[in-house]
Design a protein around this ligand. Structure first.
Ligand SMILES: [Mn+2]
Length: 300
């Protein structure tokens, strides 16, 4: 696997297929859109676009292919880090596989980018910045960066300086107005998570355990935005556990994640588990870590 930041390999491809991951989010949509345009083709996504991804596509007013034929062709996977993220594509039958991605990558192919980048959109920006971008391409990449940095919270200075070139006279709120409309059911879930929250504290940190019918991840983020340092939210099928910025250097959730869970150091999700019981187990292990064996754990 080679890491490079050079578009010459892409420009040499003949009639490539540009594919974003399943349940494509704004980073996958925006990045694949720009790469496809540069290579004179249209991007491919499967039918399960995320809500934000679909909103961005609508704004970009772009066509996309639903189930591209990949046998014997060159395939560019965008924002894809594992085989499971492109379940409907026969990548084994492709001639060549090139991956543009910013995650720890598990795909056998040529990798462009790598973990140093905030988003695939930032990688695509660097690949094609010399040629300039159209207004829509700028919005596509800005949306990817804003979305993947958790609305700028995780954006480094370098990423912000790229974003300033993409936004020009526009604001992050403008981009959010394109991708960020929540459906009623999600707003209700977030508010119910708040209402039903069980509040714990230890060593000046606050942890909240709650449950919802769906939108566990969004609800956990809502609790963090409200001031919780730790949020664990479960439904009957899934669990989402997140820690806020105050704990980013202290807690790595992947080391606490029981079987059935996976994700990033600051956000994990679990399925195929007894959600109610496992959610409490996750909460307890975070609280005990934060108590450092000295501080008292209190329920409020
Ligand atoms: Mn991404």
């Amino acid at each position: 696997m080679v890491h490079l930041l050079d578009n010459s390999i892409l420009l040499k491809l003949k009639d490539p297929v540009v594919v974003g991951h399943t349940h494509a989010d704004p980073d996958a949509v925006g990045s694949a859109y720009v790469v496809a345009r540069r290579l004179n083709t249209i991007p491919s996504f499967d039918g399960s676009l995320s809500r934000e991804g679909r909103s961005l596509i609508r704004f970009l007013d772009t066509e996309y292919e639903l189930s591209p034929h990949v046998e014997g062709r060159d395939v560019i996977l965008v924002d894809v880090s594992s085989r499971e993220m492109v379940p409907s594509i026969d990548i084994e039958k492709a001639r060549k596989v090139i991956v543009i991605d910013h995650h720890k990558n598990k795909i056998n192919g040529i990798l462009i980018g790598g973990e140093n980048f905030s988003s695939s959109a930032e990688i695509v920006y660097r690949l094609f910045e010399r040629g300039g971008f159209s207004p829509k391409e700028k919005i596509a990449l800005a949306a990817g960066i804003i979305y993947d940095t958790f609305f700028l919270k995780n954006a480094k200075g370098e990423t912000l300086s790229i974003l300033s070139k993409l936004l020009e006279d526009k604001t992050p709120s403008y981009i959010l107005s394109i991708i960020g409309k929540e459906p009623l059911s999600e707003k209700i879930a977030r508010l119910k998570a708040l209402k039903r929250g069980e509040i714990w504290s230890v060593n000046d940190y606050v942890a909240v355990l709650s449950h919802v019918g769906s939108y566990e991840g969004s609800s956990a983020s809502a609790l963090i935005e409200m001031g919780a340092d730790v949020a664990v939210v479960y439904s009957s099928k899934l669990i989402s556990a997140r820690v806020g910025p105050s704990l980013h250097r202290k807690v790595d959730l992947t080391t606490l994640a029981p079987k059935g869970c996976g994700g990033h150091p600051h956000a994990i999700g679990c399925k195929n588990v007894n959600t109610r019981r496992v959610a409490r187990m996750i909460l307890e292990s975070i609280l005990s870590l934060l108590s450092e064996g000295r501080y008292v754990i209190r329920r409020h």
